[in-house]
Write a protein that binds this ligand. Sequence first.
Ligand code: NAD
Length: 428
Amino acid sequence: MAAIFNPFQMAQQQFDRVADMLQLDESVREYLRWPQKEFHFRIPVRMDNGSVRLFQGFRIQHNNARGPYKGGVRFHPSETVDGIRALATWMTWKCAVADIPLGGAKGGVVVDPAALSNGEKERLVRGWVQQMRKNIGPRQDVPAPDVGTNAQMMAWMMDEFSLLNGEYTPGVITGKPVGGGGSLGRTEATGYGVVYTTREAMRHLGIDGSKTRAAIQGFGNVAQYAAVAYKQILGGEVLCVSYWDYNDKRAYTISKERDFDPAFLLSITDQYGSVNKQKAQSAGYVFEDGGAWLSKDADVLIPAAMEGQIDAVNAKTISSRVKIIAEGANGPTTTEADEIIKARGIFLIPDFLCNSGGVTVSYLESVQNDMNYYWTKDEVLQKEDQILTEAFRTVLEVSLNEKVDLRDGAYMVAISRVIKAMQLRGWI
Ligand code: NAD
């Protein structure tokens, strides 16, 4: 029987590998292998039918040496504590590698958001804030959206905190809607960032982006804007995307050999991410099994759905044409698959570098909240590009100097920065 995928074990294994290379002290290692604080709580919610349902919620704060804890809140029916621990840990490395002054945290609720009405969702996110109000805040811990949560939910959370706090506090949360304290460019930020780092990888490898094709897993926030930016910024083609169909309870890959149009697909996608099959088929899109995206004849693979999607078995089906894997999702590649990909000489841009555009613009959002002055979308995206390009180049330089792959190089940069902050603060 295959072992059950545990993202936190994977996060610790990745860390341990580099901790060995850096010959870290046992106590420092123990400090960084585990979160500093964990909150587990139950949230009672009055449902539309009058009954009260209890939801399991979490907030896990991994490290705040470099600044307030930062990380999304995920709503997913099969969320686990270890899933959230892994994501919190990766947030610490993500903020450090992007060199933004924030720490790492993650939250979650075990729930299928597609099964809730808008009113139930609002009561649930307000309940989450009521549980965490003493331990979040602009200088303590700043949540944001993730899988299953969106800008409207962030606005409700900000409002609940402001009500409880007695003053308007937009900086308590990021990913808010524009006009409600949000930043222009935040919606696009993660997907665009995936493409900025892919562009830098192509520059390093001498690849002309306009002659490339990408296969993308997922068609949510990250995947949608990665698909749009792939065409817009690189001039490349998108070959397929995939998504989880809530009605059919299975995943599909949607492909089109020529003139794949992400904006059109978006216009026929419902709020829960299911694509209108009939309309897509009549426009020439082909529906295949959800796993088909991985073995497409693409130059670039962009896993942008969930953890553990590329494993030791399906990694062997990756086409020999693939030159780059850009990890849009957090933890999409298992440790075993990582080895296979490395052995095949595919250039992998690791998750916490590749998808750090989201938290980077979240940081820019909180800076704008503090200033009470807002930048244009171009200004925001330009700053994001600059920060990510710098992060990519620093990691590439370390990985070339140390003769390690980009994942280990990114860990080296991130761990060293966090340790430096811990030393400066006198913690170690
Ligand atoms: P989302 O909920 O908007 O989208 C997730 C997508 O994955 C949906 O299209 C869903 O249909 C698809 N999906 C789920 N299971 C699938 C499967 N088995 N096969 C194919 N598709 C499947 O979430 P998102 O915000 O786009 O996040 C995607 C990933 O990126 C997550 O790992 C998240 O943690 C990570 N991430 C998100 C951000 C952000 O700013 N949104 C930032 C950094 C990292």
